[in-house]
Design a protein. Structure first.
Length: 144
């Protein structure tokens, strides 16, 4: 028996992008509260969860969409621009995300090594959020 879901994979992708967005935004205030090391841990865990979801999104939506590469040639210029910026920024966000989370996970919390990545975090957040917005546009405008 085949179970039919009330949404397609594009809808699931959009929902996952919204979840990632909220995980990233919700994680920000935990860093601003001074004096509690556990808040840094919560911030790190929310970011790590967002990175896992983003990786799942890349593996299940972005890579298969690139597999139909022949269809990309038929895009209008604005659609192609949105699509390629989304792909490039999503890839940059994934690489930087793994770099930041890797430093956080690989070092003991006592050393607060993640603070060395602070200069990368805000640009990463901006790149990631722009990529998510462009991904939502790709879905809403039915570019792919």
């Amino acid at each position: 028996m085949i179970i039919s879901l009330p949404f397609d994979s594009g809808d699931a992708s959009l929902v996952l992008q919204v979840v990632i967005f909220f995980l990233l935004v919700i994680g920000l205030p935990f860093v601003k509260w001074i004096g509690a090391r556990k808040n840094f841990v919560i911030h790190g865990r929310l970011t790590f969860l967002a990175l896992i979801f983003h990786t799942v999104l890349i593996l299940t939506a972005m890579i298969p969409a690139l597999g139909g590469f022949g269809g990309v040639a038929g895009f209008s210029f604005p659609s192609a621009l949105i699509f390629w910026f989304h792909v490039i920024l999503g890839t940059v966000a994934e690489i930087l995300g793994f770099t930041v989370v890797g430093v956080w996970v690989s070092k003991p919390m006592a050393s607060m090594a993640c603070l060395k990545m602070k200069k990368v975090m805000m640009p990463l957040l901006i790149v990631w959020l722009v990529s998510l917005v462009l991904g939502a546009l790709v879905h809403i405008l039915k570019i792919v």
